[in-house]
Design a binder for this molecule. Structure first.
Ligand code: UT7
Length: 330
């Protein structure tokens, strides 16, 4: 019996034009191209130019997703970011206004690298509750502005970028229908990924910090368990999943998850070599790359899963729809 569902109808991305590779980091940090490639799978990442804001990346990715969906209007906009250009107000209303969406509900979500899937789940809930017919979900990040350039533990990993999807109301029978969700958090790990506030740090610099090894282990554990829960909800065995699209933090995390889940390694999408870890934006960017390389095809049983600061984790399952992603550089 088909039930109302939110359906993925469009996918857009935007990357800053400037790329910086491992050699440029090795020239100023105690690291090497070899260490970064073997420990993370990353060869290069992007950096937004000084006059490009997170909101500019978000607008471009959002406009591209609308083009991909063939729509001019949607009923709401949710924006996931860890790197707002300013603490207040949220960026989503301005992005909605710049995209000409009219007086729609628009708000930001802060769930670090899990933000995109938290936003997708919230958007799908608004749609299936009947409040809106469609939502533009955008994830945009400018991590190169918050990582300490002298910290080899984070500066080699993160990059800037944005991705977006359009969700519209449809039925669970359609390709593109979001069929299952899983969300969770554990605040006891709040210090593992952290940017201090003014009262915590005084006048010193307030850089992003991450306890890499601990986060690594928790990421494998939680994404694996969360992905299994959505597969179970759909009645899918891991071996029947066509595309596992995890948050793109580290190629070794992705391989470890595929092994634990017993998903064939070639079905685990790993698309971080030229963009690095783009936090909330990593899943839509990985989806676009997997489409480009035909790793993701229409009808594919697709599982998305993410883990990030908070700590937070989330997964979603869908059958992949017929669509063409629209991508640009800024
Ligand atoms: O996106 C949100 C979620 N984030 C993640 O999921 C990221 C999770 N963490 C990771 O991806 C990995 O933990 C890192 C890439 C951050 C680090 O890799 P690792 O294999 O866990 O290395 P490690 O932290 O255990 O460090 C091993 C060694 C240490 O040296 P000693 O103590 O063994 O002498 C580090 O100091 O590697 C050293 N190291 C480096 N060496 C060269 C750490 N970073 C670097 C570097 N270049 N960039």
């Amino acid at each position: 019996m088909p039930t109302p569902a939110a359906v993925v109808a469009g996918l857009g991305t935007c990357l800053p034009a400037e790329e910086f590779d491992n050699a440029s980091l090795a020239a100023r940090l105690d690291t090497s191209d070899e260490w970064i490639r073997t420990r993370t799978g990353i060869a290069a990442r992007r950096r937004a130019a000084p006059d490009v804001s997170m909101r500019d990346l978000a607008c471009e990715a959002g406009a591209n997703a609308l083009r991909s969906a063939g729509l001019r209007d949607v009923g709401g906009l949710i924006l996931a970011t860890t790197t707002p250009d300013r603490p207040c107000p949220a960026a989503a209303p301005e992005v909605a206004q710049r995209l000409g969406l009219g007086p729609v509900p628009a708000f930001d979500i802060s769930a670090v690298c899990t933000g995109f899937l938290y936003a997708v789940t919230t958007a799908a809930s608004l749609i299936t509750a009947g409040l809106v017919d469609s939502v533009l979900v955008v994830a945009a990040e400018t991590y190169t502005r918050i990582v300490d350039p002298s910290d080899r533990g984070t500066a080699v990993i993160f990059g800037d970028g944005a991705g977006a999807v359009v969700l519209r109301r449809g039925s669970s029978r359609e390709r593109g229908a979001l069929l299952a969700f899983d969300l969770g958090s554990d605040g006891s790990g709040k210090d593992l990924i952290h940017i201090p506030g003014p009262r915590e740090q005084g006048d010193g610099p307030r850089w992003f910090s991450m306890a890499g090894r601990k986060v690594y282990l928790r990421a494998v554990e939680q994404m694996t368990a969360s992905a299994l829960r959505v597969m179970k909800d759909c009645g899918w065995s891991p071996s029947s999943v066509d595309a596992l699209v995890p948050h793109q933090a580290n190629a070794r995390i992705i391989q470890a998850m595929a092994e634990r889940l017993d998903v064939p390694p070639e079905r685990a999408v790993c698309a971080l070599d030229r963009v690095g870890n783009t936090a909330a934006a990593s899943i839509p960017l990985a989806l676009a790359e997997a489409l480009r390389t035909h790793q993701l095809q229409e009808g594919a049983r697709t599982v998305l899963t993410a883990f990030g600061g908070g700590l937070t984790w989330a997964s979603a399952a869908l059958t992949w729809p017929r669509l063409s992603a629209v991508s640009s550089e800024i």
